[in-house]
Design a protein around this ligand. Structure first.
Ligand SMILES: Nc1ncnc2c1ncn2[C@@H]1O[C@H](COP(=O)(O)OP(=O)(O)OP(=O)(O)O)[C@@H](O)[C@H]1O
Ligand SMILES: [Mg+2]
Length: 378
């Protein structure tokens, strides 16, 4: 598991539990989580719908009351169930961007950004409000729209206003809850890069929620995969992609073929018996793997190669059941002695259904993953 890059985390969460019913009477939406996010880090929470991402974010912001644990932001204890301390949301050094933008429809772009600075307990002086508004609108390329009613902006522009409003507060911690999911796909992809570049330029520590794995991998310095209120694995995008410590994470990140298998040999060479025959794996994600132990053999669709590689390890003969052309690549449903194997090949490998082919499952890209219920290395 990768460690935060800095000694003193900007956000520190310990034993945090949040329940929507009375404690102990209903299942916790967030189950006793520990989390450290370093200063300047972009930390992504990734997980399926209902796993507790929004609940965790809202608890950090102070919008949802936890029933136990503690939250420390920038050295300040903002929630602690033991001491009973709970700092109200507007006094926490955070700002939040929501999926729904939550802009005020009767205000202009500039007014939307200025409003939270002027109002409430913040009471930023007039001149400074004007300065900050101009600065963030400039930063987000919204200067030429500053006086337009916010309702006349496109979805992508409105989301940039929401981000500008959050950044104008100069939070120590920026919380973003699926900020791009209401936008069309192309805009999402473009804004991912822009948002990441912007927050890293400003250096604001960010906790970013998404259920989209590509978005998570692209945006994150580190990410946590969440399931039913718990973290299943925390690490860098590369660590999680190449070394999922559980079946859940392996299935959630990337398009992985996972076949039931049994360990045949451990040591310098790791061999497993699979429905495709005895295969070698380059990465072992099981702690203390034993011969005879059941496991999963994993290989990603895009890592499988086609062609005549006689003599190499992990060659299987297959026939093409189905081929789906999608422009840059072709997705194949292969059949290896009755076992299905999905692979995605560059479009230059255009093989018609019914044809027999040899496939190579490169050892360095083959994983042994624990079935859920077993412990994985982390
Ligand atoms: N106001 C509420 N009252 C009762 N239960 C709630 C409430 N809000 C959320 N929950 C429950 O808490 C759990 C976690 O919900 P949460 O909204 O945090 O999930 P999420 O990971 O953000 O999901 P999504 O990706 O769909 O936004 C779910 O089981 C949900 O049904
Ligand atoms: Mg949510």
């Amino acid at each position: 598991m990768s460690e935060p890059t800095n000694d003193k985390p900007l956000l520190s969460v310990r034993g945090l539990a949040v329940s929507y019913g009375r404690a102990g009477q209903s299942e916790n939406a967030v189950q006793y989580l520990d989390l450290d996010v370093s200063e300047g880090e972009m930390f992504v929470l990734l997980g399926p719908s209902g796993c507790g991402k929004t609940t965790l974010l809202r608890a950090v912001a102070g919008l949802q009351a936890p029933h136990s644990g503690s939250v420390t932001i920038d050295g300040q204890d903002v929630y602690n169930s033991k001491s009973g301390n709970s700092v109200p949301p507007e006094k926490r050094p955070v700002s939040m961007v929501f999926q729904s933008y939550a802009l005020w429809p009767h205000m202009s772009v500039a007014e939307n950004v200025a409003f939270p600075l002027r109002e409430g307990r913040r009471g930023v002086p007039r001149d400074e409000v004007a300065e900050r508004v101009t600065e963030v609108l400039e930063m987000l390329g919204l200067s030429n729209m500053r006086d337009r009613p916010v309702t006349t902006l496109s979805g992508g522009q409105q989301q940039r206003v929401a981000l500008a409003r959050a950044l104008a507060l100069r939070p120590r911690l920026l919380l973003m809850d699926e900020p791009l999911s209401n936008l069309d796909y192309e805009l999402q992809v473009r804004l991912r890069g822009q948002v990441k570049e912007l927050v890293s330029r400003i250096g604001v520590t960010t906790l970013y929620v998404t259920h989209n794995q590509n978005e998570a991998l692209e945006m994150a310095d580190r990410l946590a995969v969440m399931d039913a209120g718990k973290f299943r694995q925390i690490g860098s995008p590369r660590e999680l992609y190449h070394g999922p410590s559980s079946e859940f994470v392996a299935r959630f990140i990337g398009d992985m073929n996972l076949l039931p298998a049994r360990i045949a040999e451990v040591g310098p060479n790791l061999w497993v018996d699979t429905p495709l025959g005895r295969l070698r794996a380059g990465t072992n994600c099981i702690d203390d793997a034993k011969v005879g132990q059941s496991c999963l053999f994993g290989v990603r669709q895009e890592d499988i190669e086609i062609g005549d590689n006689q003599g190499a390890d992990n060659i299987v003969s297959a026939s093409v059941d189905r081929a789906t052309f999608s422009g840059d690549s072709i997705s194949y449903q292969m059949n290896v002695n009755g076992t299905g194997l999905q692979c995605r090949l560059h479009r230059r490998f255009d093989v018609p259904p019914g044809r027999d082919v040899l496939l190579r499952l490169p050892v360095e890209h083959c994983l042994v993953v624990p079935t859920d219920g077993q412990t994985g290395a982390s």
